[in-house]
Design a protein around this ligand. Structure first.
Ligand code: DHB
Length: 383
């Protein structure tokens, strides 16, 4: 009896060890993005950026196979939270990522804190998000970071009065407050701060009010997927003819939609962390490969967020030598530094926030297309 059982047990335990070893060889990365609904463009761009990074850099890090699990939250926070829970509990994802809108990121904070699973923010830009959990890390931007340099530039370049109009939620309020603080510190005056609903916005009454106040410039923030529709209304309402400039962070002048906005946006000056025209070898390669893989569409800030988010995950895993346990992995994100298509990017070791250049750019025609041409740099801006 003994002689028979022993080899069977030995074989069984060998099988068990084999299964464990195989299971450990895969690191699952959840990517939760709005693939449908009004923010679907953000999901498409984020996933395209993440997949491009994997296509160009392989799917193995420190001997572990990286498996990307894409989930569609439709842009609804309750869905984001449920998908995050499923990814962590059922799929055993080592890290989750994505978050195409601020409320979608905020929704997973308590969950990742409890589960000790890092969450990499590829888009959401409200300043307060990352401090709400020790397991958040952000590769995108914050709105105060994006906005303040542009406010300073506007004040120094003949713009004395501004009306601001933003989407009425976290990043909009952050942009509005940051613009007003910097612009007025530099001697300008914000005449009025207008807020349009995030969902199904009708900008018409706000734009009419802004125009009636006759400011030198209108400062606009909307989430990038809404850029085309807000700018069409701004141009249709005759802001250029009334000599009212449009300023602010680059979201309302989204790179993917810029060409379709037409010549009415020529000369517009905004501040932002990324332009598809950023002049570097990394960006030229990124833009060319992205266009090839995505029907010749132009990458934007969200695509770069997906790309850099995957880079951060690869680099953190390489640093832990493939150890994907949450507390080790979150430590490894701190202090990462690399050359992104946007320029140099560092994850601040204390705050887990992106430190990056913010560029002042002007819309110009180049090779027959409209581009944001960077002409001044505010280096290494902290959020
Ligand atoms: C947010 C979303 C965007 O699409 C954007 O361009 C900036 C901020 C957000 O919800 O935080």
């Amino acid at each position: 009896m003994k002689q028979i059982i022993a080899p069977v047990l030995a074989a069984a335990s060998l099988l068990a060890i084999g299964a464990t070893a195989r299971a450990q060889e895969v690191v699952k990365v959840g990517l939760i993005a709005p693939m449908t609904g009004p923010q679907a463009a953000a999901g498409r761009q984020m996933v395209a950026g993440a997949k491009l990074y994997m296509a160009l850099n392989g799917n193995t890090v420190a001997g572990k196979k990286i498996e990307l699990l894409v989930r569609d939250d439709t842009g609804v926070a309750d869905v984001t939270r449920r998908l995050a829970q499923e990814l962590i509990v059922n799929d055993k994802a080592a890290v989750i990522s994505g978050f195409g809108l601020t409320p979608l990121a905020i929704a997973v904070g308590p969950l990742i804190t409890q589960a000790k699973v890092p969450a990499v923010i590829m888009v959401a830009g409200t300043a307060s998000i990352v401090a709400s959990s020790p397991y958040f890390v952000r590769v995108s931007f914050t709105l105060p970071q994006q906005t303040a340099p542009g406010a300073e530039w506007a004040a120094a370049n003949g713009i004395k009065t501004v009306v601001s109009m933003v989407s009425d939620y976290g990043p909009g309020l952050d942009a509005q407050n940051a613009f007003k603080a910097k612009f007025e510190e530099k001697g300008g005056k914000v005449l009025e701060q207008l807020r349009a609903p995030l969902v199904n916005p009708d900008f018409a009454p706000f734009l009419q009010r802004a125009k009636d106040l006759k400011p030198d410039a209108l400062m606009v923030f909307v989430p990038a997927p809404v850029a085309g529709s807000v700018m069409r209304q701004v141009l249709d309402r005759g802001f250029p003819e009334a000599k009212i400039k449009v300023v602010g962070p680059g979201d309302a002048f989204d790179d993917e939609q810029l060409n379709a906005m037409g010549d009415g946006v020529l000369g517009s000056v905004t501040s932002y962390n990324y332009s598809a025209a950023h002049d570097s070898a990394e960006n030229k390669k990124f833009v060319a490969e992205y266009r090839k893989a995505n029907n010749e569409t132009r990458p934007n800030v969200i695509a770069v967020g997906g790309y850099d988010g995957m880079h951060a995950i690869y680099a953190a895993l390489a640093k832990t030598n493939g150890d994907s346990t949450g507390p080790k992995l979150i430590e490894a994100f701190k202090g990462l530094s690399w050359e992104s298509p946007r320029g140099p990017l560092t994850i601040d070791a204390q705050t887990r926030e992106p430190v990056q250049n913010i560029y002042i750019r002007r819309v110009e025609r180049k090779d027959g297309e409209l581009y944001h041409i960077e002409f001044a740099t505010y280096p290494n801006q902290k959020p």
